[in-house]
Design a protein around this ligand. Structure first.
Ligand code: UT7
Length: 334
């Protein structure tokens, strides 16, 4: 299939107002600002208000991406929501967001459970759907992690933040110099043998919800082997990034900006080192937002563009890794 004419028509993001600093966390659990900064690079993160939900975040980020693309909700042909923190167990968040945005009766569905790699996976699907029917697809990564992590578990609670990012994927007008926006290459992968390493184990068929589950807090994020995830994240983000550059015949010198998933400053530095990317070419905002899961890559991409770090025509390499394990990389021309 020819993807040359498929690119990002617009991007948008949303982060909530409520700021939670490391000092705030140190009053709730046995941790310190120094430990969190040294091990993760995170200084603060944003949390939703009590009454905000996945649909609200989808509305804000979706409207921003539509405005950026110069489109209305009714112009969109398909909606894909990547989230592990849905509005409810079913129906999916896409149903609620489709209605909230006032879209037509278009196909709308969630890609759930892919953790932090969700947006790149959704981008992969969106690219194919856009190419096979000249469709405009609105794709989002949305997480309200603060509603699901264990507020007493210092191993996990300090890592995550809430946010949403969105992109409109669709056909672009090709120009003779081939400088039009494009998804030049994209690669995703999964290693299901590691599925238990990062999980919220209860609430599904293996362990249906019960009073016991509630008492033990098993419906929250309960399992995370941080060290193992660290190693695997570096390995797979590096391999996927190298592969997409090779697929497109692009060298790392030609890439204007690397936008890795923002999980941990040390993971980002490790990936950059392996790829030979100098510090100034690697976008970092994990210090301000923590790990926003599937929203992390599109939020970072939006910030980089809004700050003028990248502009139309620039090559940007996005990569992510998450629960599953799932991973992916996408080489974009803005
Ligand atoms: O996107 C997927 C989501 N998950 C991730 O991305 C996680 C990736 N992994 C990481 O970011 C890092 O592995 C962590 C930040 C989670 C942990 O850093 P680390 O350098 O791998 O620390 P560690 O696991 O080796 O733990 C060191 C110590 C432990 O104490 P002991 O057993 O050595 O006495 C932990 O109990 O640090 C302790 N610890 C804390 N101490 C203070 C764990 N969390 C905290 C905390 N404050 N918040």
């Amino acid at each position: 299939m020819n993807f040359d004419h498929i690119g990002l028509l617009g991007i948008g993001s949303y982060v909530p107002e409520r700021v939670m600093t490391n000092a705030d966390w140190s009053e709730l659990v046995d941790t310190t600002d120094e430990w969190i900064i040294e091990r993760t690079g995170i200084r603060e993160r944003r949390y939703s208000s009590d009454d905000q939900t996945t649909t609200d975040f989808g509305e804000y980020a979706g409207k921003a991406a539509l405005a950026d693309a110069g489109l209305e909700a009714v112009d969109i042909d398909e909606l894909i929501i990547a989230t592990d923190t849905p509005e409810m167990f079913f129906p999916d968040s896409a149903s609620f967001i489709q209605h909230r945005l006032g879209m037509g009766e278009i196909p709308a569905y969630d890609l759930a459970g892919s953790g932090c790699a969700g947006f790149i996976q959704a981008l992969d699907v969106a690219r194919s759907r856009a190419a096979c029917g000249d469709k405009k697809v609105l794709v989002m990564g949305i997480e309200l992690a603060s509603k699901f992590f264990d507020w007493e578990d210092r191993n996990t609670c300090i890592l995550f933040g809430d946010g949403a990012g969105a992109a409109v994927v669709g056909p672009v007008e090709a120009d003779a110099a081939a400088n039009h926006p494009s998804i030049l290459s994209l690669k995703t992968g999964t290693d299901g043998s590691r599925a238990d390493i990062l999980s919220r184990i209860a609430g599904g068929t293996r362990m249906p919800f019960s009073m016991d589950v509630a008492k033990k807090g098993l419906h929250k994020l309960t399992r995370m082997d941080g060290r193992e995830i660290f190693k695997e994240a570096v390995k797979h983000m590096c391999a996927a990034s190298t592969e997409v550059m090779e697929m497109a015949g692009v060298s790392s010198e030609e890439v204007k900006l690397f936008v890795p998933h923002q999980a941990n400053m040390r993971i980002i530095h490790s990936v950059a080192k392996h790829l030979g990317a100098p510090e100034e070419k690697v976008f970092i905002n994990v210090d301000r937002y923590g790990n926003t899961g599937s929203a992390s890559v599109p939020i970072a991409l939006c910030e980089a563009r809004d700050m003028g770090v990248v502009e139309s025509g620039d090559l940007v390499l996005c990569t992510a890794f998450g629960a599953g394990f799932h991973w992916g990389a996408a080489l974009l021309r803005l």
